[in-house]
Design a protein around this ligand. Structure first.
Ligand SMILES: [Cu+2]
Length: 149
């Protein structure tokens, strides 16, 4: 009986771990390449919430910059301006797209220029306790595009 109980417990643990790991799917993560001496950059990606509960991205971390913040762009007096946000909501079974001119992960105080083709390790923290580590390639992004959104 004791053996059965422990078998049951361990399989329950295994199932919940697997379910947990699949809560979020990150697609097309990439980081904007920077010219020399540039202090800031941003990461973009599509985050899918596979759960039946709405979730929030609450922070991100990386060792490429002094500070990593969550940002959004808003229209203010006819100008697009960046603002720090506390969280980025992702509805149940839905996606949010971090893209130029919208939500993004902001890197402030880069330790080194970001060279296209290299990789950035980024950790994402969600309000259900999930932490997701991603490797995002550095890509050249035409920032003029952001005004089209
Ligand atoms: Cu920003």
């Amino acid at each position: 009986m004791k053996l059965l109980t422990s078998l049951f417990l361990s399989s329950t643990l295994l199932i919940s771990t697997l379910a947990n790991a699949a809560t979020f799917t990150i697609e097309d993560a990439h980081v904007r390449a920077t010219p020399p001496h540039s202090q800031n950059s941003a990461a973009f990606m599509k985050i899918h919430n596979n759960s039946d509960m709405s979730r929030k991205l609450v922070s991100a971390s990386s060792d490429i910059a002094e500070r990593v913040e969550l940002h959004n762009h808003i229209m203010s007096e006819g100008m697009m301006k960046m603002r720090q946000v506390d969280e980025i909501n992702i509805d149940a079974n839905a996606s949010v797209e971090l893209r130029p001119g919208s939500f993004h992960v902001m890197f402030i105080g880069l330790n080194a220029p970001l060279v296209a083709g290299e990789m950035v390790k980024l950790k994402l923290y969600f309000n259900n306790g999930d932490e997701v580590i991603i490797d995002a390639p550095i890509k050249k992004i035409n920032m003029k595009k952001k005004h089209n959104h």
